[in-house]
Design a protein around this ligand. Structure first.
Ligand code: SF4
Length: 120
C-alpha cells in the first residue's frame, strides 16, 4: 500500500515542510527537508512518533505550589495522556533540583520525568 503524507519538521526552528511517501509502512522518499535530520524526523514520525512532554507537578513545602517538569527525552505520542495522569497524581516535596528525576520510567516508556528548575 502506498500513502503520501505531509509533516512539518520540528527538529529546528526552520520548520521545513516535508512530503513523505510511505510504502507498506516504510518511508521510501522524503522531500522538502533542508538537511538529513528532516528525513530522520519523518521516519520517526511514521514509525514511532514522539513528543517532549512538559507540564507542572504539585509541590509540598516549597516557595511555589508547583514546579515545571518535562520528559528528559521525547516520549511516545500515544502515551502522553497516560503520562499526564501520572504527573497529575504526583506531589513532590521541596527542595527540588533542576534535572532531578521525579518519575523514573514513566508509564513503562523508558522515559524519565525531570524537574525543569530548582525550587527551594
Ligand atoms: S529538515 Fe533540517 S533544516 Fe529543516 S526543519 Fe528539519 S532540522 Fe531544520
Amino acid at each position: 500500500m502506498r500513502e503520501e503524507r505531509s509533516f512539518i519538521c520540528v527538529s529546528c526552528p526552520l520548520g521545513c515542510g516535508l512530503n513523505v511517501i510511505i510504502e507498506d509502512g516504510e518511508v521510501t522518499y522524503v522531500s522538502g527537508n533542508s538537511c538529513p535530520r528532516g528525513a530522520a524526523y519523518a521516519k520517526t514520525e511514521v514509525k514511532d512518533p514522539r513528543r517532549v512532554f512538559a507540564s507542572t507537578v504539585r509541590v509540598t513545602g516549597g516557595k511555589l505550589p508547583v514546579c515545571p517538569i518535562r520528559s528528559k527525552t521525547p516520549a511516545p505520542k500515544g502515551k502522553l495522556s497516560e503520562i499526564a495522569k501520572a504527573v497529575a497524581a504526583l506531589n513532590v516535596k521541596a527542595p527540588i533540583k533542576i534535572g532531578q528525576v521525579l518519575i523514573h520510567n514513566v508509564c513503562g516508556t523508558d522515559v524519565d520525568i525531570v524537574a525543569s528548575r530548582d525550587l527551594n
